[in-house]
Design a protein around this ligand. Structure first.
Ligand code: ACO
Length: 323
């Protein structure tokens, strides 16, 4: 089976910045509380006329440019999103239309904050088995549209954005994507959920149409579960703690990120952190952070990079790659 390698990354953040100070005017909160509990200082909010596909398209075009590929060379599009533009067509199909190419399979993956890892693992499997040669894998979200802006326990946590990679079949399997690990536990759906959907009366602007989270309990599960998936990834690759060069984690909370870095015996200057500026952008957070680490040349060729995420479902997963 062929190996796969990321040949280009891209990302996009909406222009509007919402700071913790701005939120102090909306709900009973403080910059001090948000910073101490989460590490978040600000987040981006999509403009009213910006939809998920708009965010996805910009990130995708930037990733294609970085990979020196044209849209016509892509033969698989996978978009991870929890906030699709429409019930159907999928955001991946809308993106394909925007890119002006037809024919290749295009579909969405929904695994909330773990969506990008699920999408990457799916594309990796397609490429390894020869079903495709070059995939565009995108995480894009307008989480601001499913937030209750009167609920201080959730509205301070999330933001909008997008990230993308081009993943190509590659015959040097010691480089590129080395392993992926996906998991889910659907028995704890009530701890982190938007409790309504198309079949159960979802309505924009109602509390039942927004994110509900028992933060404290989710926090405990997230730390434990990410610790386990990190151990699983090291063991699957015959690695010891301290051998990974970079951690590119899902950006939900700096305290969760620090706990995972400790599990890996990694100093925080080997962790790509964006949560302070982006908040939690769900499926977009890992590719946004990866793009930042690649573009500012922190992540260098030959280095071992661990991507991980945890989110609603519960879902969690990781991917290890040699850059
Ligand atoms: N400002 C001020 N006070 C607040 C705020 C706020 N924005 N939000 C909650 N509080 C209060 C609570 O009411 C509570 O007050 P009380 O003690 O008087 O009852 C107090 O702060 C402590 O609340 P906790 O929920 O216990 O705070 P905690 O330290 O757990 O931090 C947080 C909350 C940041 C949400 C944390 O639990 C967390 O990060 N959880 C995990 C999030 C996560 O990883 N989610 C998964 C991905 S998301 C996805 O998949 C969509």
């Amino acid at each position: 089976m062929a190996g796969t390698r990321i040949t280009g990354t891209g990302s996009y953040l909406p222009e509007k910045v919402l700071t913790n100070e701005d939120l102090e005017g909306l709900v009973d909160t403080s910059d001090e509380w948000i910073t101490a509990r989460t590490g978040i200082k600000q987040r981006r909010i999509a403009a009213p006329d910006e939809a998920t596909v708009d965010l996805a398209e910009t990130a995708a075009r930037r990733a294609l440019d970085a990979a020196e590929r044209s849209p016509g060379e892509i033969d698989l599009i996978v978009v991870a999103t929890t906030t699709p533009d429409r019930v159907f067509p999928s955001t991946a199909c809308l993106l394909q239309g925007r890119l002006g190419v037809v024919g290749a399979p295009a579909f969405d993956v929904q695994a909330v904050c773990t969506g990008f890892i699920y999408a990457l693992a799916t594309a990796h499997s397609f490429l390894r088995t020869g079903l495709a040669r070059r995939a565009l894998v995108v995480g894009a979200e307008v989480l601001s549209r499913i937030l209750n802006w009167e609920d201080r326990s959730t509205c301070v946590l999330f933001g909008d954005g997008s990230g993308a990679v081009v993943l190509e079949a590659d015959d040097t399997p010691e480089h590129g994507l080395l392993s992926t690990h996906l998991h889910a536990d659907g028995s704890q759906d009530s701890l982190l959920t938007v409790p309504t959907g198309i079949a159960t009366g979802w309505e924009s602007g109602t509390p039942e149409g927004t994110i509900h989270m028992r933060g404290n309990e989710v926090f405990r599960v997230a730390v434990n579960t990410l610790g386990q998936v990190v151990e699983e990834t090291l063991a699957a690759n015959g690695l010891e703690q301290g051998e990974v060069d970079w951690l590119v984690p899902h950006q939900a909370n700096i305290r969760i990120i620090q706990a995972t870095a400790k599990k890996l015996d990694l100093a925080m200057d080997r962790v790509v952190v964006t949560v302070d500026r982006h908040g939690n952008t769900s499926a977009a957070s890992v590719p946004l952070a990866l793009d930042e680490g690649v573009r500012d040349n922190r992540i260098r060729p030959g280095e071992l990079v661990l991507l991980e995420a945890f989110g609603g479902g519960f879902t969690w997963g990781s991917a290890l790659l040699r850059w």
